[in-house]
Design a protein around this ligand. Structure first.
Ligand SMILES: Cc1cc2nc3c(=O)[nH]c(=O)nc-3n(C[C@H](O)[C@H](O)[C@H](O)COP(=O)(O)OP(=O)(O)OC[C@H]3O[C@@H](n4cnc5c(N)ncnc54)[C@H](O)[C@@H]3O)c2cc1C
Length: 471
């Protein structure tokens, strides 16, 4: 994105400047924090080395969920006869799918740009910033100073060291968005949430997709029944899932790649036209020159912070993915609320939040609090109930009965410990449980309330009626 005239003028005219706050990175925490502080009358410098909006808007949530929406449209169109609707042959216009993704991303980014442009005491620098000591940051030729510096530089795709990978040329979650031709055979390395989401989307758009993961299950942090249900879903749509499989060597071929594999049930090798590496993320810290300010990182490079998001030096905080305390847009967003609460003298910290996230497979998996495995490991006395989505009327009516619902409750206090809602609407439904967890309320509040018919949520009281001691 090109800087506005005001941004260029500022960078030229002000070779040294003092601000009330400097914010490095215009991601999911930095941008709203900059806006709010500027609205409060602070003189704020927002430094962004790439694109406003960061990962979520440009290469993460927004493009992936927009692509998934097209993939679902193709899926429903193909299934239309199940609902008594005849259509013609379904044709995916992939370049058009990707232009739509681009358009939605631009729309989000433009709206961020205009909201920032309207603020008088906010200066946006379109360069990478780096520390020049405590309280000092270099942006291009300019050095700026502030007593408060907030780091929100995010993370980027992690590339493994696999023999042949560099020569073979793999896609990551950024470059996959530049494709304009649908991959014929896509191999996805990594069965975490990003791998699962892209695998299903591309399969639905017409690629033949294989997922390879060295771990024993997809979504390895989830309970086995959830991971198995996810595997059933993907395999049911024609995706090949190779688990417990090591990638030994990647060879470039005339029309793509060949990967040699090792694993008890794995073939010796597989071929694909494209390879997507979805093996996690690594923090953006290299450009920051953190050492010059004495800011400490952990063994994986994440900036060390306490519950108030303070780094190891005074006057510098780290927010979002770069602090390693959450890897989601909502955790990054909540981090800037932690900062604002501190400024307002309110008690809020990053340790108070209930873990919550979704996997945007279709149907989605909504997760809150502890998993069954975590509850077992904690030794807590708990009650658990599980119900298949095939018992949910709304799912039957929509002919989308894949998945299951699971809740865990503390046996002494009757309060929720966690839940997994893997099924239609799971990403939204799980919030009702999250809210009761924040309210510190027992599950009976949900059980006694009236729910709308026909919804997925109306089955939650029935599910709670099935609670039994966790054996
Ligand atoms: C494919 C994919 C799908 C995802 N889907 C979801 C989802 O559905 N829901 C969800 O909650 N999360 C999702 N995420 C995760 C989410 O995108 C991130 O957790 C979120 O964007 C983190 O925001 P952040 O504020 O920490 O940093 P970012 O949004 O990454 O922003 C950091 C910014 O800092 C800039 N920067 C870096 N270094 C410097 C520097 N030295 N100087 C100046 N600027 C710098 C970068 O250019 C970037 O713009 C997804 C991620 C991916 C990759």
């Amino acid at each position: 994105m090109l800087p506005s005239r005001r941004d260029i003028r500022y960078a030229k005219d002000h070779m040294v400047a003092k601000y009330d706050a400097i914010i490095l990175g215009a991601g999911q925490a930095g941008r709203p924090l900059a806006q709010e502080l500027a609205k409060r009358g602070w003189k704020v410098a927002l430094i962004e080395g790439d694109k406003l909006g960061g990962t979520c808007v440009n290469t993460g949530c927004t493009p992936s969920k927009t692509l998934i929406a097209s993939a679902r449209a193709a899926y429903i169109a193909r299934r239309s006869f199940d609902f008594g609707i005849r259509t013609g042959k379904v044709h995916v216009d992939f370049p058009k799918v990707m232009s739509r993704v681009e358009r939605v991303v631009e729309q989000f980014r433009d709206s961020i740009k205009s909201s920032l442009d309207s603020l008088n005491n906010l200066d946006v620098y379109y360069e990478y910033g780096s520390f020049e000591g405590p309280g000092r940051v270099r942006v291009g030729d300019t050095v700026i100073e502030a007593d408060r510096i907030y780091i929100n530089t995010g993370a980027r795709p992690k590339m493994p060291t696999i023999p042949g990978l560099d020569e073979a040329g793999a896609l990551d979650t950024e470059s996959i968005l530049r494709l304009r031709e649908l991959p014929k055979r896509l191999i996805v390395l990594g069965g975490g949430y990003v791998g699962v989401e892209y695998a299903q989307a591309f399969q639905r758009l017409g690629s033949a997709v294989t997922i390879i993961d060295r771990r024993l299950s997809l979504l390895s942090r989830e309970d086995t029944d959830i991971s198995e249900a996810m595997r059933d879903l993907l395999e049911g749509e024609g995706i090949r899932v190779l688990l417990n499989t090591e990638t030994e060597h990647i060879h470039k071929t005339d029309n793509g790649i060949r990967i040699t594999l090792k694993g008890r049930n794995a073939p010796n090798s597989i071929r694909g036209t494209h390879l997507l590496v979805a093996l996690g993320r690594t923090p953006n810290v290299e450009k920051l020159n953190l050492e010059s300010a004495g800011i400490k990182q952990d063994a994986d490079g994440y900036i060390v912070v306490d519950d108030q998001l303070r780094t190891t030096i005074d006057g510098v905080w780290a927010l979002g993915d770069v602090n390693g305390r959450g890897a989601f847009t909502h955790t990054s967003w909540d981090d800037q609320l932690v900062i604002l609460a501190q400024l307002d003298g309110k008690r809020k910290n990053a340790a108070q939040r209930v873990p919550i996230y979704a996997v945007y497979s279709d149907p989605p998996l909504g997760r809150v609090g502890m998993s069954e495995q975590e509850v077992r490991e904690s030794g807590k006395k708990a009650l658990m109930a599980v119900m298949p989505m095939s018992s949910v009327g709304r799912a039957i009516e929509r002919d989308e009965t894949h998945g299951l619902m699971k809740v865990l409750v503390d046996a002494k206090s009757n309060k929720f410990l966690g839940a997994a809602i893997f099924g239609i609407g799971g990403d939204d439904v799980v919030h009702t449980i999250a809210e009761l967890m924040y309210a510190n309320a027992p599950f009976t509040v949900m059980q006694e309330g009236v729910h709308i018919h026909p919804t997925v949520s109306e089955l939650l009281p029935t599910l709670l009626g099935k609670l039994e001691p966790l054996k």
